[in-house]
Design a protein around this ligand. Structure first.
Ligand code: HEM
Length: 445
């Protein structure tokens, strides 16, 4: 017999769970599974069903995906990301995705690897022995450089790049706040809301500048932006500047800080786990023998790959939404049509039922036999189904190449006494991560 989803205790009279969720999002989402596989929370007056069991999350994202649209987070995001592939639902989404997919085909990824490597090499060439690096910022800059080396190869001036870098975190936080808090709050003239409006304008202007530069040059650079500018729809019409603009914003928002945070956490974990770091060094020395990584080397970097997997598990995106298009039964619970649904890769990845000692950094969880025992849907750093991350293999390649180039020559060493906190916007990144760069041989001695 279907029943109502259990309500999660701790709702405040008017705000519901919005304040707990804003105050401590990661603890909040990881606490939900204790109350059931499908549980009810309240954001102000708005009821939301949070899905905490991997099998049911998989039904939402894959098996029964046709009964869902993207929901509140994406609707809020579309107000400023526009109608790009990362925000639209249904037939428009299928069409956009099909059109954009060639930029991420296997052959393209092989072409990107040397360009990604070049971006990492340029970054590490600026480091000096003993220099204290703000690793969160350095990795965000690197992530952006990898994107501009591969997908948007001309057009972003230094000022435009800085504007994008400044705007992305503000926009991600803005999307989170607008999902959790009521509409009226977002219209108040608070400093945060003003920063958000400014970030939309700055980001828009930077992207428009890049598009104008491409159009003026009129050359095909063989990258994503050139592809967007030459695409024709089924009637033979080119995309409008607005459509191109929306896609670029979507990729920038989806691809910069997520990858930057993954890289920052990777070096944080290696810095505080010398044994794992030594295993990475050993593998790099064996496979590469001191030369730069090539695309065909990447499969042989098995252990380093497991390190990346474990970072993706520990620091996954913490909140995505969907909305039901018709009543649907999940487990014992029927969610009515138009019901808001939340799923959290972060919470699934910290559930001790699937990941014993979930906070421990253990790359060997990803040894094939152990990984095969996981239930489907328990590990979804890139989501699943029709909306699975378009940049998943690309991002994995970026992380592997960055780890190989950096760890080939450098160690990033933690600074004793530094407390590194997790900040959750949509992604989860280290708030402040100073580390000392030491050349590898010097640090090993
Ligand atoms: C480690 C880095 C990354 C992580 C953890 C990540 C994670 C995700 C997740 C979980 C989703 C699914 C959202 C949903 O269920 O609605 C997603 C979607 C998406 N990601 Fe990523 N992402 C990363 C990097 C990238 C990069 C580098 C790009 C492109 C350059 C990218 C482009 C996209 C796009 C376009 C979508 C929307 C796909 C669709 O709706 O069809 N992502 N990402």
């Amino acid at each position: 017999m279907p029943s109502a989803a259990p309500s999660v205790p701790g709702a405040w009279p008017v705000a519901g769970h919005a304040l707990s969720m804003m105050r401590n999002p990661l603890d909040f989402v990881t606490s939900l599974a204790a109350h059931g596989d499908v549980v009810r929370i309240r954001l102000g007056p708005l009821p939301v069903h949070a899905i905490t069991h991997p099998e049911l999350v998989r039904r939402v994202l894959v098996d029964d995906a046709r009964h869902f649209e993207r929901g509140r987070l994406f609707e809020k995001a579309a107000l400023f990301f526009g109608g790009g592939v990362g925000t639209v639902s249904g037939a428009a989404h299928v069409q956009q995705r099909r059109t954009l997919q060639p930029a991420f085909q296997r052959g393209k990824l092989a072409d990107y690897t040397p360009l990604v490597r070049e971006a990492v090499e340029e970054t590490v060439a600026r480091w000096r022995p003993g220099q204290v690096l703000p690793v969160t910022d350095v990795m965000n800059d690197l992530s952006f450089a990898m994107l501009t080396n591969t997908l948007f190869t001309v057009g972003f001036t230094r000022e435009a790049a800085a504007a994008v870098q400044r705007s992305v975190p503000v926009l991600l936080r803005g999307a989170m706040v607008r999902t959790i808090l009521p509409e009226w709050w977002t219209r108040l003239p608070t400093p945060g809301n003003r920063r958000f409006t400014r970030a939309i304008d700055d980001m828009g202007a930077a992207v428009d500048g890049a598009i104008a530069a491409y159009r003026e040059e009129g050359k095909d650079h063989g990258d994503l932006l050139s592809m967007l500018l030459t695409l024709r729809d089924e009637n033979g019409a080119r995309l409008t500047d607005r459509q191109v603009h929306d896609q670029v914003i979507n990729f920038a928002i989806a691809g910069i800080e997520t990858t930057g945070a993954t890289l920052a956490w990777l070096f944080h974990e290696l810095g505080r786990d010398p044994e794992t770091e030594a295993r990475v060094h050993e593998e790099l020395d064996t496979v590469l023998g001191g030369r730069p990584p090539r695309h065909e080397d990447l499969p042989a970097l098995e252990f380093t790959g497991r390190v990346v997997m474990e970072v993706l598990r520990l620091y996954a995106v913490w909140m995505f939404t969907r909305r039901t298009l018709a009543p649907i039964r999940l487990g014992d619970v029927v969610i009515p049509a138009g019901g808001e649904v939340l799923y959290s890769p972060y919470a699934l990845h910290h559930d001790p039922r699937w990941f014993p000692d979930p906070d421990a950094f253990d790359p060997d969880r990803w040894l094939p036999a152990r990984a095969a025992a996981l239930p489907k849907g328990a590990f979804i750093p890139f989501g699943a189904g029709a909306h699975q991350c378009m940049g998943n293999t690309y991002a994995f390649t970026e992380a592997l190449v960055a780890a190989a180039v950096v760890c080939g020559r450098w160690r990033l060493c933690p600074i004793p006494g530094t407390r590194v906190r997790r900040t959750a916007t949509i992604d989860v990144h280290p708030d402040h991560l100073p580390m000392t760069a030491e050349p590898r041989e010097a640090a090993v001695r």
